[in-house]
Design a protein around this ligand. Sequence first.
Ligand code: ADP
Length: 346
Amino acid sequence: MDEAPVIPTIQPESTNVHVMLAQLRTALNAMPMGVVISDPHGSEWWRNRTAHDLLGAGDGVIVATVDRAMVSATRGNTLTETVESSSIPVRSFSVRGVPTFDGGGLVIIEDQTDRVLTDRVRTDFVANISHELKTPLGAMSVLAETIAADQTDGDVARLSGRLVQEASRLAAVVDDLLELSRIEFGGEALTAPVNLREVVTEAAERIQGAAESKRIQIRVAEPSSNVIVAGDKRQLLSAINNLLDNAIKYSDVGRAVSITLHSEVDDGVICVKDEGVGIPKDDIPRIFERFYRVDPARNRETGGTGLGLAIVNHVVNNHRGTITVESELGHGSKFCLKLPLWSSGR
Ligand code: ADP
């Protein structure tokens, strides 16, 4: 097992204290991230070389974000913001304010341009290729359905039926990949008030057909007053739809699925609960990864794409919310999304 590194404490009476401080300063100056330290009154005390170069360039947006993070840190709060420079070429930074033990603040500025660019290239590539696949795939589905219809030869009917099934599975994967790339960089436009009661009602209506085909009753419990969050209704509908879809997929015929909505102090909370197969404890941390399946064989039968919970995760992150999962094998699962209320986020 890895042991935690031992960090030496500086003894004030030690004659080495100046040497150690000089070494720490050299180390901080050699770091690629900017570091700014202030006293409890918010007056800057020290900045490393990277911060000096970055802030010295005079980009107002970055300077203002660092100031905001420092004010928050000296008030005892940790704050992380992602910001883009106003200068060309545009660079992306993560700015994090952390309170220090003496009531002062520490701000760390990290250049994330390369990571953001790589992510964007990957997402664009997936979106483009998915888009290109959609048209031939649609044509293949129609052709397969045409062959399957009016087929009297047993073997041809069986094989063309499989073709229709596989084409629709592939179409579902392509649709989910497109949805995922749409929401992956959709975090900035989440400014409209969204009524979660409408989201819950619409999602429950949409899933009704699939529920009926398994004789599953969807129970909806909502408060009498509206629950409003700042966000994107389409994304939220997609997240709840994926949770309901899973609840039905992983439940036996005739079981119940419930969707509930309530508000807590600063959050709206939506929970989807089923009485299905449940998820092994060890798999829970991984189910939000793309294409991760607990039981790939079962998945082939249920027709999942392995992307549903990755979509849910992105939507929740975009809304600065959190997800919790409770599950017991053979007894069912409960997924709850906590989303900041409109008023608290303004
Ligand atoms: P899929 O399309 O395979 O359902 P998801 O990303 O939605 O992909 O879910 C990932 C995996 O998590 C699923 O393959 C399944 O094993 C498990 N899972 C998700 N939701 C549930 C649920 N309500 N009950 C049991 N297992 C679930």
